[in-house]
Design a protein. Structure first.
Length: 320
């Protein structure tokens, strides 16, 4: 049986909801007459009985339900990545295991995908979480949308659907799962969104608090560098290096002129130290840029493949 749709579900201490969630997914798939699907649960180091319930589900529905257990808690990105690597569907859903999202909305996502999108993200218009979460999240979403240039309202919604090609091109680590839409957009994929309903958490506890936003900002910086400078890191360091280079040499030339004109000693002027520091910094940054470019040459030989949308070759008759 070839699999059409995969559901990838990260689980960390969600013993109360894995079974009802899988029932809900099975119900909507039966209603929509979609039989070729798989549900992959990834147990991300749960310390409760989540793994026991997941294994039980696999025994009950061996063709539909699969399970992956991580050795310890590695975080949501790692769990998702483990699931993506094993997902066989051409269409891949992610949904949180805590039942805050409603699987009944699967058809809505599929319709949007058919409009020609490659990634459709849920938008929790009325988010049922405490204000300590919703307020920073609103600011964070606005900043990310502005910087990344994508008009999405809710980057961090766990309910999303992807065409497989999108995920084949993206490597997840750290906490980059929040930025998959940004990474996908930078690779030229079409990113859309649908409004979804969102329920408050009835069971278990949220795994994230305030600290996620500070870590999120650092990740945003990483993503910006990855999306803008991945293939030309020399430009990032080069620009900074040239700036300090011009500044430093300007300052030093000015001081040398003063010295030649006999307008006083320059050896004890703070400006001299500033000029020397700027020039050294410039040399450092430019050399770092050259090193980064050399590394890119070695490590990205196959990366250009990510940018290919379609290949037409009469001899090979290959298209993607
Ligand atoms: N999760 C995970 N590993 C972690 C943290 C969370 O697999 O280290 C899963 C968690 O079980 C849930 C989803 O990621 O299925 C979203 O987590 P949570 O509901 O705590 O986030 P929130 O809804 O509060 O943003
Ligand atoms: Mg949640």
């Amino acid at each position: 049986m070839s699999i059409g749709i995969s559901f990838v579900i990260p689980v960390c201490n969600e013993e109360a909801t894995v079974v009802p969630l899988s029932e809900k997914i099975q119900k909507v798939m039966t209603k929509e007459r979609l039989s070729k699907y798989e549900i992959i649960f990834i147990d991300d180091g749960s310390s409760d009985d989540s793994w026991f319930y997941i294994k039980d589900l696999v025994h009950q529905y061996p063709t539909q339900i699969k399970a992956i257990k991580l050795r310890k808690n590695f975080g949501k990105s790692a769990a998702l990545f483990a699931g993506f690597k094993r997902a066989k569907g051409k269409i891949i859903f992610t949904i949180d295991a805590d039942l805050q999202d409603d699987p009944a909305e699967v058809p809505k996502f599929l319709n949007k995908l058919e409009e020609g999108f490659d990634l459709v993200s849920g938008w929790r218009q009325r988010r049922n979480d405490p204000i300590s979460k919703t307020l920073p999240s609103q600011i964070y979403n606005k900043v990310t949308a502005k910087i990344a240039g994508i008009p999405l309202h809710d980057f961090n919604c766990g309910f999303k659907v992807y065409r497989k090609e999108v995920l084949d091109c993206i490597k997840l680590y750290g906490e980059l799962h929040r930025y998959i839409p940004v990474l996908a957009h930078s690779l030229g994929f079409r990113v859309g969104e649908v409004a979804v309903c969102h329920f408050s958490r009835q069971y278990g506890k949220s795994k994230y608090g305030w600290e996620r936003y500070s870590r999120g900002l650092i990740d945003l910086l990483t993503v910006l560098v990855i999306t803008r400078y991945l293939y030309k890191p020399g430009h990032l360091f080069g620009k900074l290096g040239l700036f300090f280079g011009f500044l430093g040499s300007g300052v030093l030339i000015y001081l040398v002129i003063l010295w030649f004109l006999g307008l006083g000693p320059i050896g004890n002027r703070p400006l001299l130290f500033f000029g020397i520091l700027s020039t050294i910094l410039a040399v450092q940054l430019i050399s770092l840029g050259i090193l980064a470019e050399l590394l890119t040459r070695y490590s990205h030989s196959d990366c250009l493949e990510q940018q290919v949308a379609e290949v037409i070759d009469e001899n090979l008759q290959l298209s993607r």
